[in-house]
Every structure is written in C-alpha cells, then in structure tokens.
Design a protein around this ligand. Sequence first.
Ligand SMILES: C[S@@+](CC[C@H](N)C(=O)[O-])C[C@H]1O[C@@H](n2cnc3c(N)ncnc32)[C@H](O)[C@@H]1O
Length: 391
Amino acid sequence: MDLDAFRWLLTDPGQDLLVRTAGALAEQGDELAVQTSLRRTAAAEHVAAALTQVALRARAEVKLGPSAAKMYFTPDGLEQATRLPVARHRAARLTAFEATTHVDLGCGIGGDLVAVAEAGITCVGVDLDPVRVAVAEANLAALGLPGAVSVADATRIDTSPFDVAYADPARRTGAGRTFRVEDWTPSWSFVETLLRRDSCVKVAPGIPHALVPAGVEAEWVSHHGEVKEAALWSGRLATTARRATVIGPGGLATLTDDDDPGPAAVGVRATGAYLYEPDGAVVRAGLVTAVAAAAGGGLVDEHIAYVTADEELSTPFARGYRVLEELPYREKQLRAALRERGVGRLTIKKRGVDVVPEQLRKRLALDGDTEATIVLTRVAGQGTALLVQPL
Ligand SMILES: C[S@@+](CC[C@H](N)C(=O)[O-])C[C@H]1O[C@@H](n2cnc3c(N)ncnc32)[C@H](O)[C@@H]1O
C-alpha cells in the first residue's frame, strides 16, 4: 500500500471517502460500479486505498472482532497479525506480571500492540516498514489507545528501559511461509539474545521442543480448537516449562507440565468406555499424558495422542467420546458393519493410521439414515476402528 495514499485516508476528506466507500459497497455490492462512481469525486489512488481498507476491515473481523471496523491494515500485515483473543491473553499475562512498560520489536500493523495498550501497559512499537508503522500508529489512535510507534531496526534498540521486550519475528520469505528459524526476521540469534532477559517471543506452533532454551517456558495456544501459535516466555515471565492454553467458548484454560505425571506413570491400556482426543495445543505441548492422568486413564498407544478411560470427564483440553463398540478395521467388513447399522452420514476421526477420511467416506458409499462417528487408530500396534458417540 502506498504510504501517501494511506496518510491521506487519515485526513478529514480521506475519512469521508472511507465512509462513502463502505456505504456504497454495502448498498450496491458491485466493486467496479462503486469504484467508477467514486472516481468522479476522488483521485484513483485514494479510491483504491479506500476500497482496500473496506475489504481488509471485513476480512479482519474474524481475527479482531468488532474493533476491525475502525482499524487499518495492509494485506500482509493482517495476515501476520495476532488474533485478538490470543493477543489479549498474552497482555493479561503481562498485567499479571505487573509489567508497566513494553517494547514490541517488529510490531507490524499492531495486532499485539493494541492488546497491550488496551491492558493499560505503556507500549512502544518499532518496525522496519514505514507503512506498517503508520498503520499501527493509526490503529492505536482509532481505538483511542496511547502508545508510540516508530520506524527502527529492532536489533539496534536498547531494550533495557522496558519491563518486557516482545518480538513476533516475520516467518515469511519471498517464497512464502518458512519453517526454518534461520530465515526469520529478526533472526533466531536475535531471539536467543532476547530470551536472556524478561521477554516474550511469538513463534510457529511447530517449533521443536529441543530449540527452546533451558529455563524458557513454551506455551502453545489454541483458539476454538485450532493451534494458533506458540510463545516463549523468558526470565521472570517463565513460570513452567511447557504450557497448553486453550481459548474456547467457555473461556480460557491452561495446563502445564506440573499437571503431567509423564508417560511412564500413565502407560498404555486397553480401550475403556471413553476415548479422549486432546486439543492440538495439548498435543504440541507434549501434555497428552496430563489429560490421561486427569481422566484416570491411559494412552491407546505410546505414540498416539488418544487417551482412553473408564470414567466420563468434562474437560476443555480434550474432546470426549463414548466408545459404543469396536468395528472391523478392514474396509470391506467395515462397510458391511456400517451398512448393517443403517449409517449414512459418517464422521471419520483418525490418528496414527494412513487413511484419508474424505476418500474413505467416498469409497464406503453409505446411504443409510443414521449419523455415526468412527475413530480409526492403532491400538497395541493394530489398526482399530471404534464406533463412538461424541459426549
Ligand atoms: C509477524 S509481523 C508482527 C505482527 C504483529 N505482532 C501483529 O500482531 O500485528 C513481524 C514484523 O516484524 C518486522 N520486522 C522484521 N525484522 C525487523 C527488524 N529487524 N526491525 C524491526 N522490525 C522488523 C516486519 O516488518 C513485520 O512487520
């Protein structure tokens, strides 16, 4: 996005054009017609900037909720921004730590920055990209939040005056998303230096446990069942080694390695009356055995993230199923068993077996009136099919 056109959008005539653009799009729907009519009274680059913002605001609502309607974005900046409930959780941890000052080293359009400012923490953001800096600044202003944002290289900032230093390194190269920490900007070596003080660094959920420095807490966060990120907490902000935080319709819940007796204590056992599918954040954090312990159960297989137990457990950390019966695993016999039970709509869950649910569902060609869920997994090394009922 062009910096001058963006700055113009923040002026009174720019704000007027933004309102007219949103109104015209809501009324007419046809972007081309709206563009043509707006171009009669406004410059092409201003109309383009307004149309871009209206489209991005609509797209941003999923991540940022109703605030998105007042905020500004760039397409990549929105893509990289932390979703609001996750950013608010992080800000709440900073508040609990009694942090009063915070520096965001690569703030982008300010997804995290606004949540920290909203929590009443004095925040400063820097970014190399002048457009993102202008957007982050505008976002703080649009939400009536204090904070300072400037163009600077994060690696040259003296972070010592701040209670907490935060980084969310860009994990993209010209070729797209990168999983190699060496390609991050700011770099992994910068992150390692940062982790020697009180800091928080957002990282990819796939970060190998071995990469987490000793004494640093790794927290995996899921939102409505999807793992969104991991965050590394260092210095006095680290309160455990591994943590899984799940944010869902019932609020937020967190599980740590203090809740985990470990695989040796939990063990593998025969399938009981209930099966539990731990949340992705729990699996990534390596805390499946903590769920097994809470359920008074065990694992179906030492390498598979399913827990089985005799007791019913209501937990935010796993989806539970009542095990109705074991069905044949072989496809032909499985089809016969499902047809016999009049199954038409079939949900297939799987872990640890080489099955593509969509393809299997097509091949099974079921046409009964009943709805069913099956779990395909390995129990004691053997392919197993379980007919289950979600709790
Ligand atoms: C993943 S984005 C941050 C997103 C942000 N946390 C949010 O929620 O909106 C990473 C940002 O780091 C910036 N960046 C990368 N290297 C930097 C450096 N050396 N100094 C300052 N900013 C940098 C990029 O321009 C990018 O905007």
